[in-house]
Ligand binder design. Structure first.
Ligand SMILES: NC(=O)c1ccc[n+]([C@@H]2O[C@H](COP(=O)([O-])OP(=O)(O)OC[C@H]3O[C@@H](n4cnc5c(N)ncnc54)[C@H](OP(=O)(O)O)[C@@H]3O)[C@@H](O)[C@H]2O)c1
Length: 358
């Protein structure tokens, strides 16, 4: 039987390139079409040179795409919701990597994106694409959203303590997120010009980053509280995003206050309970060596998320950590992991390789 055929829409971008890399080695799926408006007719490896000798796929115009089994949308914000009718008509399953279908609550979408959702009837059809949170809903689903990379690092850092009910929600939660330059996509801008970007420690979004909405949504989904009672929590989650000298990677450092003074073993239990059976989450907390805490450097190119924690001396404050590769666990890797879950395949299929060291 032939493998399910996948179409990558927006294939010259960084997430599209990562998807092509992953699907080129996937045991159950293959990329059969990849689109570009600007590089139509050229080999995909002309844009993604790491794939020379790996794939001979050529870019086609989006309007020339034929029916396939799965469509991955790797488009700038707003394009997926503008084009969803067409792509859903051309595939059984759609996985959208953009922010267009991540938020379940239309009011939250309007609050964070500043306008009504352009395709509201599609919103409830999409499952939020973070298997650690929505695995059961993803099984057999036809439509999955992507995840925000900063949201994913923050969510995976917070999830154990949210699930264990250890957090004091009356006090602020502060997520300090450090990110690499590939978050900005392949399109260049004055801010990405090498002399301006290299060596930068740039407060990109010191307050009000839109990915906060996905963290609020996770908290709401896990705690099961009604929208009205979440108001206090919504205003208590603060995310700051800082661009640093990395190409790939996100490190979320999340500070929370605990309801009651805790011991380290309580946090160990919360993390183990949460991630014991997760195929792509590792708890990293060592007292020796260089890599004692989660660090994005060794995750580059992989779908792993490394999580860890530290506790203050009085046991009241916890610092939660999560490192990922933004283009992998924060985008294309999660999308393939979702596909695996949606199709009922081994969740690790095509993804079970480590990052690089050194
Ligand atoms: N970069 C990350 O770390 C990251 C992480 C998580 C999620 N995401 C999300 O994933 C999506 C893709 O991100 P990216 O970094 O891969 O972006 P990107 O590098 O800027 O690539 C965007 C792609 O979309 C194509 N495109 C643009 N407008 C189009 C249109 N109207 N119709 C059809 N194709 C169009 C572009 O190619 P042509 O102009 O040649 O058609 C290009 O291939 C974004 O929504 C982003 O927010 C990115």
């Amino acid at each position: 039987m032939s493998k399910p055929r996948c179409t990558i829409v927006g294939g010259t971008g960084y997430t599209g390139g990562e998807l092509l890399r992953l699907l080129s080695f996937h045991p159950h799926a293959e990329a059969t079409q990849i689109t570009s408006r600007s590089r139509m007719g050229e080999y995909a490896h002309a844009v993604h040179p790491n794939l020379r000798g790996v794939t001979n796929l050529q870019f086609i115009r989006p309007e020339d795409a034929q029916h396939s089994d799965v469509v991955f949308l790797c488009l700038p914000h707003g394009e997926a919701s503008a084009q969803i009718e067409r792509w859903a008509g051309l595939a059984e399953r759609v996985i959208d990597l953009s922010a267009d279908f991540r938020l379940r609550d239309l009011a939250a979408y309007k609050r964070w994106y500043g306008h009504d959702h352009p395709a509201p009837r599609w919103v409830e059809q999409f499952v939020y694409g973070l298997p650690e949170l929505t695995r059961e809903q993803l099984k057999g689903a036809r439509y999955a959203s992507g995840v925000g990379c900063n949201a994913t690092a923050t969510n995976l850092a917070l999830l154990p303590l949210v699930k264990a009910g250890l957090i004091d929600w009356s006090l602020p939660i502060v997520a300090d997120v450090k990110v690499g330059s590939s978050e900005g996509g392949a399109e260049s801008s004055p801010a990405s010009h090498h002399p301006e970007r290299s060596g930068a420690v740039r407060s990109y979004a010191p307050a009000g980053h839109r990915h906060t909405a996905e963290v609020e949504q996770m908290v709401s989904a896990v705690t099961g509280n009604a929208q009205s009672s979440i108001v206090n929590r919504q205003s208590s989650i603060h995310m700051s995003v800082t661009s640093i000298e990395m190409v790939r990677g996100v490190l979320a450092t999340v500070h929370v206050f605990l309801k009651e003074p805790a011991q380290e073993k309580t946090l160990w239990k919360a993390f183990r309970d949460c991630y014991r059976n997760e195929p792509f989450v590792r708890i990293v907390k060592s007292s020796v060596g260089i890599f004692r805490a989660p660090e994005p450097k060794i995750l580059a190119g992989s779908n792993w998320a490394d999580v860890g924690f530290a506790l203050s001396e009085d046991g009241r404050k916890a610092t939660l950590l999560c490192a990922i590769d933004n283009l992998m666990k924060g985008a294309a890797g999660s999308a393939v992991q979702c596909l695996n879950v949606m199709m009922g395949w081994d969740e690790r299929a095509g993804l079970a390789f480590p990052g690089l060291h050194p």
